[in-house]
Design a binder for this molecule. Structure first.
Ligand SMILES: Cc1cc2nc3c(=O)[nH]c(=O)nc-3n(C[C@H](O)[C@H](O)[C@H](O)COP(=O)(O)OP(=O)(O)OC[C@H]3O[C@@H](n4cnc5c(N)ncnc54)[C@H](O)[C@@H]3O)c2cc1C
Length: 342
């Protein structure tokens, strides 16, 4: 276990892996997978490690996907981008704006790789990846067979896709196809964006506003390790939401098309007075309760202990049981994060 995972996860947790290999093309990725598998070692494919919490040393090979390349084609009504999975997401957003292909500006400054973006259907400020994703190119690791999944085949949901279910572990994402419509319409439904004038606003204005909001509200992982929103916004049934709203009329709530109601996890945590609460080296971020940070050399046990406390407090007060958005990695692969913090 010689290789530290600390530079490879934005939480900055110092566990180790047996091997860490950077793959710059598909051949290197498949060869690393085959070598590890022949040795009986587990394999974890990683982008920038901004959505994972390593619980222990990883007893196998971590393959860091750095497959690059952006190709653009144009049709009458849209630009079509074919983007290597290892491209940095924010740089892709900048590239599209610099080349007058708007549509990704609400998703600016989300850490991670383009190839990871479909996995949890990244979203921010009213836009989700599924609105711009045309297809995802994958390779089946055991056979080397290529597959192109259309956006509908990806079964995108809230922080969810087929890549967190049937396609997990058996497939690697090699590239993502985007369709950016030329009929650009600004999405100005959240935060400071609501103050922009839809008649005159430019994609660059939206980008600047999103970057400003993120830089002022979210902790920079380079300063305080974190993995963004630690918990998903919980979705409850209508009766549960009504009971909660009778007691807490100010609770932010978002009715969903299927009759369920989405609640704001950050608000629930904040109501438990947990901002700034710490456990070992881990803490609830002072400005954004949804983010757990590595305040001072936190161990994964510190983060798990803190997450357990937050979940228990919110559960006790609201009878709402938070689930991590962050993926928990054990010694041989992903483990059930809810069970770990329950
Ligand atoms: C400060 C901060 C802010 C954030 N804000 C947001 C936000 O606004 N919205 C949002 O949705 N998310 C947000 N996130 C979470 C995170 O940025 C996204 O989930 C991002 O898409 C993860 O990319 P990654 O490359 O770091 O993935 P990783 O953490 O490296 O991997 C995530 C999972 O995908 C798997 N994986 C990675 N690459 C591949 C591949 N090529 N093939 C198959 N499997 C693969 C990994 O095994 C792992 O299970 C934030 C994170 C941070 C630190």
């Amino acid at each position: 276990m010689n290789h530290s995972l600390k530079p490879w996860n934005t939480f900055g947790i110092d566990h180790h892996a047996k091997h860490i290999i950077c793959a710059e093309n598909e051949r290197q990725l498949l060869s690393a997978w085959q070598h590890a598998t022949a040795e009986g070692l587990p394999v974890l494919i990683l982008g920038e490690g901004s959505n994972v919490l390593f619980l222990e040393d990883y007893a196998g090979t971590v393959i860091v996907n750095r497959i690059k390349g952006i190709e653009v084609t144009e049709s009458a009504d849209a630009w079509h981008l074919h983007v290597g999975a290892g491209e940095n997401w924010h740089q892709l957003v900048c590239y599209t704006l610099d080349n007058n292909m708007p549509g990704l500006e609400n998703l600016a400054l989300i850490p991670g790789c383009a190839g990871s973006s479909p996995i949890q259907n990244i979203g921010a400020y009213g836009v989700e990846l599924q609105q711009v994703c045309e297809f995802v190119d994958c390779v089946e690791l055991a056979t080397g067979k290529h597959l192109r999944l259309s956006a509908s085949e990806c079964r995108f949901g809230y922080r969810d896709s087929i890549f967190k279910h049937e396609y997990q572990d058996k497939f690697a994402i090699l590239a993502v196809g985007f369709r950016l419509t030329k009929a650009w319409k600004p999405v100005l439904t959240y935060g400071d964006l609501t103050r922009l004038d839809p008649q005159t606003v430019t994609p660059r204005d939206v980008f600047d506003s999103v970057c400003h909001m993120r830089m002022t509200k979210l902790p920079d992982p380079k300063v305080n390790g974190n993995a963004g929103s630690f918990f998903k916004n919980p979705v409850v049934n209508r009766e549960h939401a009504d009971a909660l709203l009778a007691l807490f009329p100010n609770a932010p709530h978002y009715p969903q098309r299927n009759g369920t109601v989405k609640l704001a996890a950050g608000w629930l945590i904040d109501q438990c007075q947990l901002k700034g609460y710490s456990h070992g080296g881990a803490a609830v971020h002072q400005q954004q309760a949804l983010v757990l940070i590595n305040q001072s050399n936190a161990t994964s046990d510190d983060v798990v202990g803190l997450a357990h406390h937050v979940r228990a407090q919110v559960g006790k007060k609201f009878n709402v049981w938070l689930e991590p958005e962050v993926r928990f990695m054990g010694p041989t692969g992903e483990v059930n994060a809810v069970e770990v913090i329950a």
